[in-house]
Design a protein around this ligand. Structure first.
Ligand SMILES: Cc1cc2nc3c(=O)[nH]c(=O)nc-3n(C[C@H](O)[C@H](O)[C@H](O)COP(=O)(O)OP(=O)(O)OC[C@H]3O[C@@H](n4cnc5c(N)ncnc54)[C@H](O)[C@@H]3O)c2cc1C
Length: 355
């Protein structure tokens, strides 16, 4: 007997219990600002997720999948539709592969990997958000990217109700991009990460290289180049680079760094010889450091609109004081975009999803 899922059946017997109406979305995001969701449904299982999708379809409302809300800016008018908050939990370790539900906190997974002595995601320590959000965004930091270790992602197609395991290649990862970001009908349910018990320290990124300047021999007891030390170093560096979320809001880097073909990046370097250029693990092309250009060329560090400002320690980051309007953040972002276009002839795009 073939058992159909609620989505494949096209209806559910009972709607999920946890449906809330007119809920402020600010507290569910790290920006902490923005309007209300018409409906909010928290889902703890695939079945509840499917029921939530059927609910949205039955009401002819758009849906929005929400993880940790750390890469989202909700507009002041909120979201007229159904926000589905992903709480799919569970972590398993199969040999050197860590498998986690999409609703697990990403940093808790990194901590687990480090505790288990598994290498591969330690440079991605302290990135807020969920495992699902991390896969969608192909998170990256300190010379590492999620796409380097993802083995598969289990994905629900909300149109057909099919659940498919996407291989790394099928995820079409690129710089802060994936097939899931392009197609909002695909919801990540679980993901598996290929990690390694062989020490594989990756401390070539400049801030880390400065801390581990003369690495001791690997694998020796007492070696300072161990997983825990790298995790702690990354956490320490990040503390100085991002606003304190308990005081003000942010979604991290608001814009993507422009990725240019090498020849174009070299031409820009001729104009600004002191500008550093970086190769990236997750994409071909050269990363142009937008923060450096905003600071050294456009002198925009600290620029503000209302309660929103470019963060003094890292101008790619927009920080928002409590009670700032989402509109102020968007106006500031538009101003930056305009100046970059006018003065540097570069098109930049937000990394943050604006709802
Ligand atoms: C202080 C700070 C520092 C940061 N530093 C970094 C950094 O160093 N590197 C980096 O790459 N990012 C960074 N970020 C951005 C952010 O943390 C990541 O993009 C994170 O992975 C987003 O996960 P989330 O669960 O919060 O996603 P959300 O913000 O909830 O959602 C982001 C997008 O993913 C979609 N989505 C979420 N879950 C799923 C799912 N299960 N299935 C399908 N779609 C889904 C949403 O619809 C939305 O489009 C930072 C953010 C902050 C606030």
């Amino acid at each position: 007997m073939i058992v159909e899922s609620p989505l494949q059946r096209g209806f559910c017997y009972t709607y999920p219990m946890d449906i809330q109406e007119n809920v402020s979305l600010g507290p569910l995001t790290t920006f902490q600002i923005g309007g209300q969701a018409q409906f909010l449904i928290t889902v703890h299982s695939q079945e509840e997720l499917e029921e939530a999708i059927i609910f949205a379809k039955a009401k002819s409302l758009p849906k929005l999948i929400l993880g940790g809300g750390s890469n989202i800016l909700v507009s002041d008018s909120g979201f007229e539709g159904v926000v589905i908050h992903i709480h799919l939990s569970g972590v398993e370790l199969e040999e050197d592969t860590l498998i986690a539900g999409a609703g697990e906190q990403w940093d808790a997974l990194v901590e687990r990997a480090v505790t288990e002595g598994l290498w591969g995601i330690e440079n991605l320590s302290a990135i807020p958000g969920t495992v699902g959000g991390a896969v969608v965004q192909n998170i990256g930091a300190y010379g590492a990217a999620l796409s380097e270790v993802l083995r598969w992602a289990e994905v629900l197609d909300t149109q057909t109700g099919d659940v498919t395991r996407y291989t790394n290649e099928q995820c079409l990862f690129d710089y802060r991009n994936s097939i899931f970001k392009q197609n909002p009908d695909l919801v990540v349910l679980r993901a598996a990460f290929n990690l390694s018990r062989e020490p594989k320290p990756n401390v070539s990124y400049k801030d880390l290289a400065a801390l581990f300047s003369s690495p001791p021999r690997l694998g020796e007891a007492g070696s300072s180049l161990n997983l825990q030390a790298i995790r702690e170093a990354v956490i320490g560096i990040r503390k100085g680079k991002f606003p304190d979320l308990s005081i003000e809001g942010t979604a991290g880097s608001f814009f993507k760094n422009p990725i240019l073909p090498k020849a174009e990046a070299d031409a820009l370097k001729v104009q600004y010889p002191e500008m550093p250029l970086f190769a990236m693990p997750e994409t071909a092309g050269v990363k142009v450091p937008l923060a450096w250009l905003l600071d050294h060329v456009l002198d925009l560090k600290g620029a503000s609109v209302g309660g929103a400002r470019l963060f003094e320690k890292q101008p790619l980051v927009i920080a928002a004081a409590r009670n700032t309007s989402s509109n102020d953040v968007q106006e500031l972002a538009e101003k930056v975009k305009r100046e970059v276009k006018e003065k540097l002839h570069l098109e930049i795009e937000p990394e943050v999803k604006i709802i």
